[in-house]
Design a protein around this ligand. Structure first.
Ligand code: GLU
Length: 425
């Protein structure tokens, strides 16, 4: 598609931020170089082997923090870029954590549950020396989930011989997870979106939404926005999407996907009379993921993988607001086109930072062994998200730069300050 690798995109935006901040070449070099890369091959009992990674990018502001992705495209370049984005993201919301990311290059959809458990334990066996509640704290990411965090916690505690729930976040509630962590990525983005539309004088019921991706971020975003009165007109998963301009109920779609494996399979089951009308909704038409991105709507929410909005399709996007719940869904070229076309982009490092923010709350609760209620979590999450948004909005207006550039400049400034205070630069 002629798109650049995600790490190159990171390097480009760091260079731009460095120019605005007038940083020296030595400092820029440090911001562009990961502290450590851990790379191993893991082998499970069925004989299958996989590449496993942990990239520890920057820990000037606190322990490394970031998810582990199980995906066929999770190679070292991608994991490196995602680790760097985590350092930026934690600085954007001003939580005392650095940035890291992990991955296993595998397709969990082709693995049995036993194999997934083995892969999870094998990842910990290789990385256990480098992680810990005050060192580096992994979490879920694409195609990993609370159950996988449970396997990983168990393996880690088995090796260490003690209870250390703060080694990993996004755990099941029963194993020390935080209330609100499941929907946190979406919820954080929704707090910002609601604040923004209020600022521009719009109401949820007048706005249509298209959501690409129906995993943890996408599904919860659709569901929460629906409950606020937004009209969800298009949704998709990796197999394709559905569209209904009258609006759809995401909970019904989720139930259908769960039963039949994909959104489109659920629609087909309804057409075949295998499930009753209530099990899906209305009468949607089938669309592709590519069509969803270009659909007539007010708000577009890419919530799946990176690099889906590029120079090839950006001119065709009709939404006026893009909320980036995925990591890196836009290329810098697409970003420039959206800026020219006055499409407001709420950038990933802000929009999806609710996930890591509640992960931070989970770590704090684990260390204290004292747990908060869902409403305590929501009050704190909302404050962190809205404070960050207000700083970034003010800075972007003052400098006349996009929200993404403003977020990066503020984050880079915070990371550089911490490195200076440590005497590292
Ligand atoms: N994987 C999520 C992200 O990319 C969450 C990371 C975390 O909770 O540490 O932000």
């Amino acid at each position: 598609m002629g798109t650049k690798a995600p790490f190159e995109n990171y390097l480009e935006i760091v260079s731009e931020s460095a120019k605005i901040l007038d940083l020296s070449d030595t400092v820029i070099e440090k911001l562009k170089t990961p502290n450590k890369i851990h790379e191993y091959e893991i082998k499970i009992s069925t004989g299958k082997t996989f590449n496993a990674y942990r990239v520890q990018f920057n820990n000037a502001r606190g322990p490394y923090k970031g998810g582990i992705r199980f995906h066929p495209e999770a190679d070292i370049e991608e994991v490196k870029a995602l680790a760097a984005l985590m350092a930026i993201k934690c600085a954007v919301v001003n939580i005392p954590l650095g940035g890291g990311k992990g991955g296993v290059q595998c397709n969990p959809k082709e693995l049995t549950q036993d194999e997934i458990q083995e892969v999870s334990r094998a990842w910990i066996q290789k990385m256990e020396a480098f992680i810990g509640p005050r060192q580096d704290i992994p979490a879920p990411d694409v195609y990993t989930n609370p159950q996988i965090m449970g396997y990983m916690l168990d393996e880690y505690e088995k090796i260490k011989g003690k209870s250390l729930p703060g080694v990993i976040t996004g755990k099941p509630l029963e194993l020390g997870g935080s209330a609100g962590r499941g929907a946190a990525t979406a919820q954080g983005g929704v707090y910002i979106l609601l604040d923004y539309i209020e600022k521009i004088g719009k109401k949820p019921e007048d706005l249509t939404v298209a959501v690409q991706g129906f995993g943890n971020a996408g599904y919860h975003a659709a569901q929460i926005l629906h409950s606020h009165g937004f009209k969800i007109i298009a949704v998709s998963d990796s197999k394709g999407g559905i569209y209904d301009k009258k609006g759809m109920n995401p909970e019904n779609i989720f139930a259908g996907k769960k039963q039949f494996g994909s959104i489109q399979a659920a629609l087909q089951a309804k057409l075949d009379g295998k499930i009753c009308a209530e099990s899906t909704c209305c009468n949607p038409e089938v669309i592709t993921n590519a069509e969803l991105l270009e659909i007539e709507c007010d708000i577009l929410i890419p919530s799946a993988l990176d690099g889906v909005l590029t120079v090839e399709n950006a001119e065709n996007v009709k939404a006026s607001i893009i909320l980036e719940l995925a990591n890196g869904p836009l290329t810098p070229e697409a970003d420039t086109i959206f800026e020219k076309n006055n499409i407001v982009v709420i950038p990933d490092v802000l929009a999806n930072a609710g996930g890591v923010t509640v992960s931070y709350f989970e770590l704090v609760q684990n260390i204290q062994n004292f747990y908060w209620t869902e409403s305590e979590v929501q009050v704190r999450l909302k404050k962190i998200m809205l404070d960050a948004f207000s700083d970034i909005l003010a800075f972007s207006e003052e400098k006349n730069i996009t929200l993404r550039k403003a977020a990066f400049v503020l984050a880079v400034q915070r990371i550089v300050r911490a490195m200076e205070l440590r005497g590292q630069i």
